[in-house]
Write a protein that binds this ligand. Structure first.
Ligand code: GTP
Length: 374
Protein backbone atom coordinates (compact mmCIF):
# COMPACT_ATOMS: atom_id res chain seq x y z
CA UNK A 1 0.00 0.00 0.00
CA UNK A 2 1.27 3.48 -0.74
CA UNK A 3 0.33 6.61 1.15
CA UNK A 4 -0.70 8.34 -2.05
CA UNK A 5 -3.45 10.89 -1.61
CA UNK A 6 -2.67 11.27 2.10
CA UNK A 7 -2.34 14.98 2.94
CA UNK A 8 0.48 16.02 5.31
CA UNK A 9 0.65 18.72 7.97
CA UNK A 10 4.22 19.59 8.88
CA UNK A 11 5.04 21.43 12.10
CA UNK A 12 7.74 24.02 11.48
CA UNK A 13 6.76 26.71 13.99
CA UNK A 14 9.13 26.01 16.89
CA UNK A 15 11.82 28.47 17.96
CA UNK A 16 14.55 25.83 18.05
CA UNK A 17 15.92 27.24 21.30
CA UNK A 18 18.29 24.31 21.91
CA UNK A 19 20.01 25.07 18.63
CA UNK A 20 20.67 28.73 19.35
CA UNK A 21 22.53 30.68 18.08
CA UNK A 22 22.20 28.76 14.79
CA UNK A 23 18.46 29.38 14.89
CA UNK A 24 18.79 33.08 15.76
CA UNK A 25 18.28 34.11 12.14
CA UNK A 26 17.17 30.88 10.52
CA UNK A 27 14.25 28.66 11.55
CA UNK A 28 15.43 25.14 12.38
CA UNK A 29 13.78 23.48 9.36
CA UNK A 30 15.78 25.84 7.12
CA UNK A 31 19.16 25.05 8.66
CA UNK A 32 21.28 23.39 6.02
CA UNK A 33 21.98 19.68 6.25
CA UNK A 34 25.04 19.40 4.00
CA UNK A 35 23.77 21.14 0.86
CA UNK A 36 20.04 21.73 1.37
CA UNK A 37 17.63 22.74 4.15
CA UNK A 38 16.61 20.05 6.61
CA UNK A 39 13.04 20.36 5.45
CA UNK A 40 13.99 19.26 1.94
CA UNK A 41 14.71 15.76 3.31
CA UNK A 42 11.24 15.63 4.85
CA UNK A 43 9.71 16.68 1.54
CA UNK A 44 11.74 14.05 -0.35
CA UNK A 45 10.58 11.35 2.05
CA UNK A 46 6.90 12.30 1.82
CA UNK A 47 7.02 12.46 -1.98
CA UNK A 48 8.77 9.07 -2.16
CA UNK A 49 5.81 7.57 -0.33
CA UNK A 50 3.18 9.10 -2.58
CA UNK A 51 2.16 12.12 -0.49
CA UNK A 52 1.36 14.90 -2.94
CA UNK A 53 0.38 17.86 -0.78
CA UNK A 54 1.64 19.30 2.48
CA UNK A 55 0.55 22.22 4.63
CA UNK A 56 3.30 23.85 6.66
CA UNK A 57 2.22 25.07 10.05
CA UNK A 58 4.57 27.99 10.60
CA UNK A 59 5.29 30.37 13.47
CA UNK A 60 8.89 31.41 14.08
CA UNK A 61 10.57 33.25 11.13
CA UNK A 62 7.96 31.91 8.69
CA UNK A 63 8.73 33.96 5.60
CA UNK A 64 12.10 32.31 4.94
CA UNK A 65 10.48 28.92 4.47
CA UNK A 66 7.94 30.05 1.90
CA UNK A 67 10.48 32.32 0.14
CA UNK A 68 12.80 29.36 -0.35
CA UNK A 69 10.43 26.56 -1.30
CA UNK A 70 7.46 28.38 -2.83
CA UNK A 71 4.46 26.40 -4.01
CA UNK A 72 6.02 23.04 -4.70
CA UNK A 73 8.99 20.81 -4.11
CA UNK A 74 9.19 18.21 -6.85
CA UNK A 75 5.79 16.51 -6.95
CA UNK A 76 4.78 17.81 -3.53
CA UNK A 77 2.40 20.81 -3.56
CA UNK A 78 3.08 23.12 -0.62
CA UNK A 79 0.95 25.61 1.25
CA UNK A 80 1.72 27.68 4.33
CA UNK A 81 -0.27 28.78 7.35
CA UNK A 82 1.26 31.17 9.85
CA UNK A 83 0.03 30.99 13.43
CA UNK A 84 -0.84 34.34 15.01
CA UNK A 85 0.74 33.14 18.29
CA UNK A 86 2.54 29.83 19.03
CA UNK A 87 -0.16 27.20 19.31
CA UNK A 88 2.00 24.27 20.42
CA UNK A 89 2.23 20.97 18.56
CA UNK A 90 -1.49 20.08 18.93
CA UNK A 91 -2.65 23.60 18.11
CA UNK A 92 -0.26 23.74 15.17
CA UNK A 93 -1.63 20.50 13.74
CA UNK A 94 -5.21 21.66 14.15
CA UNK A 95 -4.39 25.02 12.57
CA UNK A 96 -2.61 23.43 9.60
CA UNK A 97 -5.26 20.74 9.12
CA UNK A 98 -8.17 23.16 8.81
CA UNK A 99 -10.23 22.04 5.82
CA UNK A 100 -8.80 18.50 5.81
CA UNK A 101 -11.65 16.01 6.20
CA UNK A 102 -9.83 12.74 5.56
CA UNK A 103 -7.09 10.70 7.26
CA UNK A 104 -3.85 12.69 7.24
CA UNK A 105 -0.25 12.49 8.36
CA UNK A 106 1.13 15.05 10.82
CA UNK A 107 4.84 15.32 11.52
CA UNK A 108 7.57 17.36 13.10
CA UNK A 109 9.67 19.16 10.53
CA UNK A 110 12.95 18.31 12.25
CA UNK A 111 13.19 14.52 12.11
CA UNK A 112 14.98 12.29 9.63
CA UNK A 113 13.84 8.74 8.98
CA UNK A 114 12.73 6.41 6.24
CA UNK A 115 9.37 5.29 7.66
CA UNK A 116 7.20 3.23 5.34
CA UNK A 117 4.13 5.47 5.34
CA UNK A 118 2.07 3.06 3.24
CA UNK A 119 2.60 0.24 5.75
CA UNK A 120 1.82 2.62 8.61
CA UNK A 121 -1.42 3.72 6.96
CA UNK A 122 -2.45 0.08 6.39
CA UNK A 123 -1.69 -0.68 10.07
CA UNK A 124 -3.77 2.34 11.13
CA UNK A 125 -6.74 1.31 8.99
CA UNK A 126 -6.67 -2.38 9.97
CA UNK A 127 -7.03 -1.37 13.60
CA UNK A 128 -9.61 1.33 13.04
CA UNK A 129 -7.35 3.67 15.00
CA UNK A 130 -8.13 7.32 15.69
CA UNK A 131 -4.40 7.96 15.76
CA UNK A 132 -1.20 5.99 15.11
CA UNK A 133 2.18 7.15 16.40
CA UNK A 134 5.40 6.22 14.67
CA UNK A 135 7.66 4.63 17.29
CA UNK A 136 11.43 4.63 17.10
CA UNK A 137 13.59 2.19 19.04
CA UNK A 138 16.47 3.97 20.83
CA UNK A 139 19.57 2.74 22.64
CA UNK A 140 19.14 4.84 25.76
CA UNK A 141 15.41 5.19 26.48
CA UNK A 142 16.00 6.95 29.83
CA UNK A 143 16.51 10.26 28.00
CA UNK A 144 13.08 10.13 26.38
CA UNK A 145 9.41 9.57 27.13
CA UNK A 146 8.56 5.91 26.52
CA UNK A 147 5.51 4.59 24.72
CA UNK A 148 4.24 1.33 26.23
CA UNK A 149 2.14 -0.76 23.84
CA UNK A 150 0.10 -3.98 23.97
CA UNK A 151 0.81 -6.90 21.60
CA UNK A 152 -1.52 -5.55 18.92
CA UNK A 153 0.14 -2.13 19.05
CA UNK A 154 -2.50 -0.38 21.16
CA UNK A 155 -0.82 2.30 23.27
CA UNK A 156 -1.25 1.51 26.97
CA UNK A 157 0.71 4.34 28.54
CA UNK A 158 3.25 7.10 28.12
CA UNK A 159 6.06 7.02 30.65
CA UNK A 160 7.85 10.37 30.92
CA UNK A 161 11.39 10.46 32.37
CA UNK A 162 11.32 6.75 33.30
CA UNK A 163 13.18 5.46 36.35
CA UNK A 164 15.49 2.52 35.63
CA UNK A 165 12.95 -0.04 36.92
CA UNK A 166 10.21 1.43 34.71
CA UNK A 167 12.10 0.87 31.47
CA UNK A 168 10.37 -2.09 29.85
CA UNK A 169 10.47 -0.84 26.27
CA UNK A 170 12.91 1.09 24.11
CA UNK A 171 10.21 2.66 21.92
CA UNK A 172 9.76 6.42 21.85
CA UNK A 173 7.53 8.85 19.98
CA UNK A 174 9.27 9.52 16.65
CA UNK A 175 7.29 12.70 15.88
CA UNK A 176 5.09 11.44 13.03
CA UNK A 177 1.43 10.49 13.29
CA UNK A 178 -1.40 9.18 11.11
CA UNK A 179 -4.54 10.89 12.40
CA UNK A 180 -8.26 10.91 11.81
CA UNK A 181 -9.72 14.43 11.62
CA UNK A 182 -11.94 13.75 14.67
CA UNK A 183 -8.79 13.81 16.84
CA UNK A 184 -8.65 17.56 16.23
CA UNK A 185 -11.86 17.98 18.23
CA UNK A 186 -9.76 17.21 21.30
CA UNK A 187 -7.54 20.25 20.66
CA UNK A 188 -8.99 23.22 22.52
CA UNK A 189 -8.80 26.26 20.26
CA UNK A 190 -6.92 29.35 21.43
CA UNK A 191 -3.99 28.68 23.74
CA UNK A 192 -1.05 26.39 23.16
CA UNK A 193 -1.91 22.68 23.19
CA UNK A 194 0.58 19.82 23.11
CA UNK A 195 -0.45 16.84 20.98
CA UNK A 196 1.84 14.60 23.03
CA UNK A 197 0.79 15.71 26.51
CA UNK A 198 -2.74 17.05 26.15
CA UNK A 199 -4.30 15.01 23.35
CA UNK A 200 -2.67 11.58 23.13
CA UNK A 201 -3.36 10.61 26.78
CA UNK A 202 -7.09 11.09 26.08
CA UNK A 203 -6.87 8.79 23.06
CA UNK A 204 -5.09 6.22 25.24
CA UNK A 205 -8.00 6.38 27.72
CA UNK A 206 -10.39 5.77 24.84
CA UNK A 207 -8.22 2.86 23.58
CA UNK A 208 -7.98 4.36 20.11
CA UNK A 209 -4.26 5.24 19.88
CA UNK A 210 -1.81 2.76 18.35
CA UNK A 211 1.96 2.62 17.89
CA UNK A 212 3.65 1.56 14.67
CA UNK A 213 7.26 0.49 15.03
CA UNK A 214 9.82 2.02 12.74
CA UNK A 215 12.46 -0.27 11.36
CA UNK A 216 15.65 1.50 10.50
CA UNK A 217 17.10 4.94 10.75
CA UNK A 218 15.66 7.74 12.90
CA UNK A 219 17.11 10.97 14.23
CA UNK A 220 15.50 14.08 15.60
CA UNK A 221 17.50 17.23 15.27
CA UNK A 222 17.24 19.34 18.38
CA UNK A 223 20.74 20.11 19.62
CA UNK A 224 24.16 20.96 18.13
CA UNK A 225 25.18 17.38 18.86
CA UNK A 226 22.30 15.81 16.93
CA UNK A 227 22.73 18.38 14.15
CA UNK A 228 26.37 17.31 13.73
CA UNK A 229 25.38 13.63 13.92
CA UNK A 230 22.81 14.20 11.18
CA UNK A 231 25.61 15.53 8.98
CA UNK A 232 27.63 12.43 9.67
CA UNK A 233 24.64 10.22 8.82
CA UNK A 234 23.99 12.11 5.59
CA UNK A 235 27.63 11.84 4.51
CA UNK A 236 27.83 8.17 5.48
CA UNK A 237 24.52 7.48 3.72
CA UNK A 238 22.94 6.10 6.86
CA UNK A 239 19.53 7.09 5.49
CA UNK A 240 18.20 7.32 1.95
CA UNK A 241 18.39 10.77 0.37
CA UNK A 242 19.03 12.47 -2.95
CA UNK A 243 22.17 13.93 -1.43
CA UNK A 244 23.39 10.44 -0.49
CA UNK A 245 22.72 9.29 -4.07
CA UNK A 246 24.88 12.13 -5.40
CA UNK A 247 27.78 11.32 -3.11
CA UNK A 248 29.66 8.89 -5.37
CA UNK A 249 31.41 5.74 -4.23
CA UNK A 250 34.26 7.78 -2.76
CA UNK A 251 31.90 9.59 -0.36
CA UNK A 252 33.15 12.90 -1.65
CA UNK A 253 31.17 15.70 -3.22
CA UNK A 254 33.00 18.79 -4.38
CA UNK A 255 31.03 21.42 -6.25
CA UNK A 256 32.36 22.06 -9.74
CA UNK A 257 33.36 25.62 -8.97
CA UNK A 258 34.86 25.00 -5.53
CA UNK A 259 38.61 25.63 -5.44
CA UNK A 260 40.88 23.26 -3.59
CA UNK A 261 44.50 24.44 -3.59
CA UNK A 262 47.28 22.05 -4.44
CA UNK A 263 48.64 20.61 -1.26
CA UNK A 264 45.27 20.78 0.55
CA UNK A 265 43.97 17.41 1.69
CA UNK A 266 40.38 16.22 1.59
CA UNK A 267 39.58 13.16 3.68
CA UNK A 268 36.24 11.47 2.91
CA UNK A 269 33.44 11.56 3.65
CA UNK A 270 33.57 15.21 2.78
CA UNK A 271 31.46 17.89 1.11
CA UNK A 272 32.73 21.18 -0.33
CA UNK A 273 30.03 23.55 -1.59
CA UNK A 274 29.84 25.87 -4.57
CA UNK A 275 32.44 28.63 -4.69
CA UNK A 276 34.19 27.47 -1.51
CA UNK A 277 37.95 27.86 -1.26
CA UNK A 278 40.31 25.48 0.55
CA UNK A 279 43.80 26.93 0.81
CA UNK A 280 47.14 25.15 0.62
CA UNK A 281 48.08 22.80 3.41
CA UNK A 282 44.55 22.67 4.84
CA UNK A 283 43.13 19.30 5.87
CA UNK A 284 39.38 18.93 5.51
CA UNK A 285 37.65 15.78 6.78
CA UNK A 286 36.76 13.26 7.55
CA UNK A 287 33.09 14.05 8.08
CA UNK A 288 33.49 17.70 7.20
CA UNK A 289 31.01 19.95 5.45
CA UNK A 290 32.19 23.23 3.95
CA UNK A 291 29.24 25.38 2.86
CA UNK A 292 28.95 27.38 -0.33
CA UNK A 293 31.37 30.29 -0.55
CA UNK A 294 33.14 29.39 2.69
CA UNK A 295 36.89 29.86 2.91
CA UNK A 296 39.30 27.60 4.78
CA UNK A 297 42.72 29.17 5.39
CA UNK A 298 46.16 27.70 4.82
CA UNK A 299 47.07 24.75 7.06
CA UNK A 300 43.69 24.88 8.83
CA UNK A 301 42.10 21.61 9.96
CA UNK A 302 38.42 20.84 9.78
CA UNK A 303 37.48 17.50 11.27
CA UNK A 304 33.97 16.12 12.02
CA UNK A 305 32.71 19.67 11.73
CA UNK A 306 30.48 22.01 9.76
CA UNK A 307 31.65 25.36 8.40
CA UNK A 308 28.49 26.92 7.02
CA UNK A 309 28.02 28.99 3.87
CA UNK A 310 30.07 32.14 3.58
CA UNK A 311 32.06 31.53 6.78
CA UNK A 312 35.82 32.09 6.95
CA UNK A 313 38.30 30.07 8.94
CA UNK A 314 41.78 31.55 9.36
CA UNK A 315 45.16 29.97 8.74
CA UNK A 316 46.20 27.14 11.12
CA UNK A 317 42.86 27.20 12.91
CA UNK A 318 41.46 23.82 13.97
CA UNK A 319 37.72 23.17 13.99
CA UNK A 320 36.98 19.77 15.47
CA UNK A 321 33.52 18.38 16.35
CA UNK A 322 32.05 21.89 16.23
CA UNK A 323 29.98 24.22 14.08
CA UNK A 324 30.87 27.57 12.52
CA UNK A 325 27.67 29.36 11.47
CA UNK A 326 26.94 31.18 8.22
CA UNK A 327 29.06 34.24 7.45
CA UNK A 328 30.99 33.85 10.71
CA UNK A 329 34.65 34.73 10.72
CA UNK A 330 37.24 32.88 12.79
CA UNK A 331 40.74 34.33 12.87
CA UNK A 332 44.05 32.52 12.51
CA UNK A 333 45.50 30.16 15.08
CA UNK A 334 42.22 29.37 16.89
CA UNK A 335 41.01 26.07 18.24
CA UNK A 336 37.29 25.40 18.10
CA UNK A 337 36.39 22.03 19.57
CA UNK A 338 34.17 20.08 21.95
CA UNK A 339 30.79 20.85 20.33
CA UNK A 340 31.38 24.60 20.29
CA UNK A 341 29.16 26.75 18.12
CA UNK A 342 30.14 30.06 16.52
CA UNK A 343 26.90 31.88 15.73
CA UNK A 344 26.09 33.23 12.27
CA UNK A 345 27.89 36.46 11.51
CA UNK A 346 30.02 36.26 14.66
CA UNK A 347 33.70 37.26 14.61
CA UNK A 348 36.27 35.37 16.64
CA UNK A 349 39.67 37.05 16.71
CA UNK A 350 43.00 35.25 16.41
CA UNK A 351 44.34 32.65 18.85
CA UNK A 352 41.11 32.02 20.76
CA UNK A 353 40.28 28.60 22.11
CA UNK A 354 36.63 27.53 22.25
CA UNK A 355 35.71 24.27 23.99
CA UNK A 356 33.12 22.54 26.22
CA UNK A 357 30.11 23.40 24.07
CA UNK A 358 30.62 27.18 24.29
CA UNK A 359 28.28 29.14 22.04
CA UNK A 360 29.17 32.51 20.56
CA UNK A 361 26.04 34.55 19.88
CA UNK A 362 25.04 35.58 16.37
CA UNK A 363 26.91 38.70 15.31
CA UNK A 364 29.05 38.80 18.50
CA UNK A 365 32.70 39.83 18.35
CA UNK A 366 35.38 38.13 20.44
CA UNK A 367 38.70 39.94 20.36
CA UNK A 368 42.01 38.19 19.75
CA UNK A 369 43.51 36.14 22.62
CA UNK A 370 40.32 36.58 24.71
CA UNK A 371 39.24 32.99 25.37
CA UNK A 372 41.34 30.14 26.68
CA UNK A 373 40.47 26.82 28.31
CA UNK A 374 42.84 24.83 30.42
P1 GTP B 1 13.39 23.65 21.03
O1 GTP B 1 12.93 25.05 21.34
O2 GTP B 1 14.87 23.56 20.96
O3 GTP B 1 12.78 22.62 21.93
O4 GTP B 1 12.94 23.28 19.53
P2 GTP B 1 11.51 23.36 18.84
O5 GTP B 1 10.96 24.72 19.01
O6 GTP B 1 11.65 22.89 17.44
O7 GTP B 1 10.66 22.37 19.70
P3 GTP B 1 10.48 20.82 19.50
O8 GTP B 1 11.74 20.23 18.97
O9 GTP B 1 9.90 20.24 20.73
O10 GTP B 1 9.33 20.82 18.39
C1 GTP B 1 8.96 19.68 17.68
C2 GTP B 1 8.36 20.13 16.37
O11 GTP B 1 7.18 20.89 16.60
C3 GTP B 1 9.29 20.99 15.53
O12 GTP B 1 9.11 20.61 14.18
C4 GTP B 1 8.79 22.41 15.79
O13 GTP B 1 8.99 23.26 14.67
C5 GTP B 1 7.32 22.18 16.01
N1 GTP B 1 6.68 23.12 16.93
C6 GTP B 1 6.96 23.30 18.25
N2 GTP B 1 6.14 24.22 18.76
C7 GTP B 1 5.33 24.64 17.77
C8 GTP B 1 4.25 25.60 17.69
O14 GTP B 1 3.89 26.28 18.66
N3 GTP B 1 3.65 25.73 16.46
C9 GTP B 1 4.03 25.01 15.36
N4 GTP B 1 3.38 25.21 14.21
N5 GTP B 1 5.04 24.12 15.41
C10 GTP B 1 5.67 23.93 16.60
Amino acid sequence: MSASGLPAVILVGGEGTRLRPLTARTPKPMLPLVDRPLLAYTFEHLARHGVDRAVLSCGYLPTQIEAHFGERHGRLALSYRVEPTPLGTGGGIRFGAEGISSTFVALNGDVLHGADLGAMLAFHRERGAAGTILLAPVDDPSRYGLVRCAEDGRVRAFVEKPRAEEIDTNLINAGLYVLEPKVLELVEPGGPVSIERDVFPRLVEAGSLYGFRLDGYWRDIGTPESYLEAHRDALERNFASELGDSLGSDYTLIAADARVAEGARLVPPVYVGAGALIEAGARVGSLAVIGAGARIGAAAEIDSAVVAAGARVGARTKVVGSIVGEQAEVGAGCQIRGLSVVGPGATVGERNMLDHGIRIAAGETISSDALTFS
